[in-house]
Ligand binder design. Structure first.
Ligand code: CMP
Length: 138
């Protein structure tokens, strides 16, 4: 059955002009975009979105990075959306990411890694509702 995942094109990839190329790769890989917008997270937004990481040494760096400019948030639909999208984006650290993956092609560093992909169906729903209201989801 079709399922959904949540993604953000992060500030580094927006700044570097990769939005179009990343969306093209997402579409070419069989994902249907069912919600999408450009937005910028506040400090509180980022602290809440990444609350699970709040004890990590990189937490403040992550919040500063994710709030420094606009992102493109989207909800994607496909069979096995969560797992297939994580394959498409590649490993968290772009230097470990497989050839052809979005992070290998477009990420800057471990911290500035171009895209987010939900890690479970449950988190995909939580993250989607964090960014989108019901009438923004199609
Ligand atoms: P993501 O997996 O999408 O969500 C958590 C983010 O934290 C991760 O992408 C990276 O952007 C960031 N991150 C993970 N590990 C580190 C690290 N060691 N240093 C800086 N940022 C990190």
């Amino acid at each position: 059955a079709k399922s959904r995942t949540f993604t953000m094109i992060k500030p580094d990839a927006v700044e570097n002009g990769h939005v179009g190329a990343i969306l093209e790769k997402i579409s070419a890989s069989g994902f249907k975009i069912v919600a999408m917008k450009m937005t910028q997270m506040s400090k509180t937004d980022a602290e809440n979105f990444y609350a699970i990481h709040n004890e990590r040494p990189f937490f403040s760096e992550l919040v500063t990075f994710m709030t420094r400019g606009p992102i493109v948030a989207a909800i994607l639909e496909k069979e096995n959306a969560v797992s297939d999208f994580r394959t498409l984006i590649g490993a968290t650290n772009p230097s470990d990411a497989a050839d052809g993956t979005i992070r290998k092609l477009f990420a800057t560093s471990l911290g500035e890694n171009a895209v987010h992909g939900s890690d479970s169906d449950e988190n995909a729903l939580i993250e989607s509702v964090f960014h989108f209201s019901g009438r923004e989801i199609f």
